[in-house]
Design a protein around this ligand. Sequence first.
Ligand SMILES: Nc1ncnc2c1ncn2[C@@H]1O[C@H](COP(=O)(O)OP(=O)(O)O)[C@@H](O)[C@H]1O
Ligand SMILES: [Mg+2]
Length: 558
Amino acid sequence: MVTEQPALTFAALLRKLRAEAKLTQEELAAAAGVSPRAVSNLERGFNRTAHKDTAVLLAAALGLAGPAAELFVAAARGNVPAEQVLAAADGARPRPGAAAGSPYRGLAAFGEQDAAFFFGREAAATAVLDRMSRLLAGTGLLVVSGASGAGKSSLLRAGVLPRIGADGLAAAPGAVWWPRVVFTPTRAPLDELALRAAVLAGADAAAVRRELEGAPAWFALTARQATLARPPGPAALADGGRAAEREQPGQRRLVLVVDQFEELFTQCPEEGQRRAFITALHAAATSGHGPDQAPAALVVLGVRADFEARCADYPQLAGPVQDRYLVTAMTERQLRMAITEPAKKAGAKVDDGLADLLLAEVRTGQPGAFGAGALPLLSHALDQAWRHRTGPVVTLADYERAGGIDGAVAATAQRIYDSLTPGQQAAARQVFTRLTATSSEGVDSADRASRAELGEGKVAAEARDVETVLEAFAAERLLTLAANTVEISHEVLLTAWPLLRDTWLADTHADRIVRTRLRTTAAEWERHSCDPSYLYSGSLLQAAAQTTTRAPSAGVGG
Ligand SMILES: Nc1ncnc2c1ncn2[C@@H]1O[C@H](COP(=O)(O)OP(=O)(O)O)[C@@H](O)[C@H]1O
Ligand SMILES: [Mg+2]
């Protein structure tokens, strides 16, 4: 039977959001104009739901707005799973300085909250939903692959997930009720998985994390527990709960989307963690806990096509990689929708001549830079043209001022850089070289860092320079700031901005290979109780020492 356990979940959500807002219980209470006891009772789960008025006040005090605030209030009433609030809050925090109301996402991926501005991917979303639906009868693990910039993250977040929330799946209309979670592996995939699942299951994240390490296949049970959390989303409420009544107990699943699955290889330093992560996901997607039980989770992995072979090295993923769904370039008709419809949604218009020109440029562009990889450049050029527009119509002139399809990213980045003081420019170089990881094969990829880490070891004025740099680049969506972390919005920036590509990254290439490896080794050493056999010696030690001495100019400090 479906049990009700939203209270713990909401308590955990409140604690997390408060921590991210860097507020004490007392500060939050004061900001919201409620009693500290009310906050404390909610966070300890003594009060399982909050009054609507209290929830509205808390949402505002936590800096939530729009859909995130609405979902927060609904979660406080026990009406939607807390996880949905987290997903919305991650993408919905006001981006400081961002031009209000651009219907284009620039280099950032579309999130669930951007679904209204997401066009041209109906067919792809339908295809993915069909695959998911069919997988319910077998192994519940789908790989969605495609080139960098093909639009995988956006398709999953803004195309697929909202449609499950609205219509369910063909083979399971009750899927509107299923809890959904989407996350990226980051450097600590097991931490991330434990946290996301524990929030839903109302379990202790630390306990789930320990289990993932010791007996990862048991994660199937945690996933099952997460499906028991009561998640009547707004659509389901309107349905009067009939969909849930029709659903056989044990049919419910957790929809678990791991986006940017390649981070498991580009960011996570440890093979042991990788294996455990894959084992846990596979177990949740394949094994029921009784003879008639369906598996607990429907797992979707979004992965960059050039990492397919690495994934297929793991026996549990070989089949799903073979049967992957490939996200390909949009057709001309679909691209036209992606260009013109968002502006219409925002009450404006893209000039016909501009739409034609954009389509022609995508069609005749260099293979590699264009084709499946054209979207980020197109998306950024449109976002910039929108910001440069002078009337309700986005024109060719606006677009040209913004730098055109292959020049807009470089033009924006360089314009921001040129507007910085020398101190800030030095900080910018350090930030961008730090945010680029380089594998031992010399392949660059976008990395993620905590804001604290970027400011580490700096005097106050330097730390302020770093903050200024982050805000300036985030305002144009070249960097993405989450609660505590910073990342390059899309790795296309690594190749599209000459200063970064030809100077900063080229100059520090060798150092970054050493440095990335050093970070990996340090993490392993720490996890193995600081066993000295994990430490560098000999020539490795010498190379690392040289690299760190060069730190200030090479941007390898912190
Ligand atoms: N349907 C779409 N319409 C317009 N722009 C899109 C669409 N899908 C993706 N984009 C843009 O393309 C770029 C790459 O999208 P993303 O989802 O991050 O791709 P991937 O995850 O495959 O690298 C982003 O700038 C995003 O805003
Ligand atoms: Mg992506």
